[in-house]
Design a protein around this ligand. Structure first.
Ligand code: TXA
Ligand code: MG
Length: 428
């Protein structure tokens, strides 16, 4: 598709950082509006586009950037699929600013002119979600709810399923935008379909430039992986996508002790087809081939594997990336550390200490891009997609990634995304 529109980036970083403090969202918004700040103007414009245009607006959330549209307007929601070139059998998450907004979604007849005739009891959020909502909302948790009869959600949001996924983001900016637009927003991650999710406004611009009009820039996302998707409508309840709320934290909630893992990423076998339709597609993939080494792999075995690849003309790699987490040393001993120290050049990116150097291989040389994500799992999650994107920008042929052990906090989400991005996964 040829670019058709000029895409602008408007900064709302200050608002996203400051948040409402002790004020309610309406009070916060009123004071911003009164001061006529540039950020207020940007929010106003975004809200207006959401209400009137069929072209979606990109906005920050605490997990990743979202590509938002009014969830109640079919044409607007179709605009998301168009901009992303996303298959339309993959349902979208609805974002709300409050439980009140969710209550209105669940009870469409209560707001109709015939409300007084409605004899049926109000639809409420199933009890099973009570503990999760109390603990994790607003935040990176998506729950499935039955789509009520007479639902005002556009059918494209649910891809004709009988349920819809909904979350209340903790990003103050995201909630403010929903409040000002006064609409529930359907929003997938704001990347081109199959690419790594965007964790900065530049990532959205890179993928969707020319296809959308406005990107609200709230700075880099704090969590870095998408929300955890849970299904409490099935018995036992299940996790359909690991994400920003750790599985153990969900298991610790009343009613969720027995939660099943309903996704498949090679860690275990599930016989059924994936229940979250998005999970069956190739995802999060940079252009480069991704080779993932599972945690606990033998470092010497990894080095041998990589050296073998580098010398193999059939593999044909001219440049390679190393994405390191817990144990790999800089450059993985492909060059003595003193040599790296002398020759490494810094690479500008969102990740600190990202460097580039050259290693001699037989009669030629290879470029190595070395990207340390840190050892803390929160830092690893936050930097993961940015690292994959930074490698693509340098046009590396192959990216070797050091996996983390699945069984702690955000690691399940990190490894899930990596396994989906990887062409090959090894334990050596
Ligand atoms: O953190 C996030 O969740 C981000 C930000 C923007 O909020 N959004 C996001 O949306 O990741 P998306 O569209 O990229 O992923 C939505 C996931 C998919 O795996 C989809 O299949 C699943 O949620 N999903 C949505 N509605 C569903 C439903 N009714 N039943 C089962 N799965 C559903
Ligand atoms: Mg996505």
């Amino acid at each position: 598709m040829t670019p058709q529109t000029t895409t602008r980036i408007a900064s709302v970083v200050r608002l996203n950082q400051e948040g409402p403090g002790k004020q309610s969202l309406p009070e916060w918004w009123a004071s911003e509006q009164k001061q006529k700040t540039p950020e207020a103007a940007a929010i106003m414009e975004a809200a207006q586009l959401l209400q009137t245009s069929d072209i979606p607006v990109a906005f920050p959330t605490e997990t990743v950037y979202g590509l938002g549209a009014d969830a109640t307007r079919s044409d607007a929601v179709s605009g998301i699929y168009k901009a992303k070139q996303r298959p339309s059998d993959n349902p979208l998450i609805v974002h709300v600013d409050s439980l009140d907004m969710l209550d209105r979604l669940l009870n469409p007849e209560a707001t109709s002119p015939h409300a007084h005739e409605a004899k049926t009891a109000r639809n409420t959020i199933p009890l099973i979600y009570e503990a999760l909502i109390a603990k994790f909302w607003p935040g990176p948790l998506t729950i499935l709810l039955p789509n009520p009869s007479g639902s005002c959600l556009a059918p494209q949001v649910t891809s004709n399923l009988t349920t819809f996924g909904v979350r209340m983001p903790s990003s103050p900016l995201a909630r403010l935008l929903i409040h000002v637009a006064d609409r529930p927003l359907a929003a997938p991650s704001a990347n081109a379909s199959t690419k790594p999710s965007p964790t900065a406004a530049e990532h959205v611009f890179h993928d969707l430039q020319g296809r959308i009009e406005l990107i609200l820039d709230g700075g880099p996302c704090g969590v870095g992986v998408e929300s955890t998707v849970v299904d409490g409508l099935s018995d036992p309840p299940s996790i359909l996508r690991p994400g920003g709320v750790p599985i153990e934290a969900i298991r610790a909630c009343s009613g969720w002790e027995n939660v099943q893992l309903g996704y498949h990423d090679g860690t275990f076998d599930v016989k059924e087809i994936p229940r979250a339709p998005g999970m069956k597609y190739r995802h999060y993939s940079p252009k480069a081939r991704v080779v993932l080494f599972e945690a606990g792999s033998d470092v010497q075995g990894i080095i041998n594997h990589i050296k073998h690849d580098l010398e193999d003309t059939a593999v044909g790699a001219h440049s390679m990336g190393l994405v390191r987490t817990r144990t790999w040393k800089r450059g993985l001993q492909l060059l003595p550390e003193a040599e790296i120290e002398k020759t490494a050049k810094p690479v500008t990116s969102l990740i600190n200490n990202f460097v580039e150097f050259t290693v001699p291989v037989r009669n030629s040389s290879k470029e190595v891009f070395d990207c340390p994500l840190g050892t803390d799992i929160d830092d690893i999650a936050r930097g993961l997609f940015a690292a994959l994107r930074a490698m693509d920008e340098r046009e590396v042929d192959v990216i070797y990634v050091e996996g983390v052990s699945d069984d702690e906090l955000l690691a399940a989400a990190v490894m899930n995304r990596l396994r989906k991005a990887a062409g090959s996964t090894f334990k050596v």
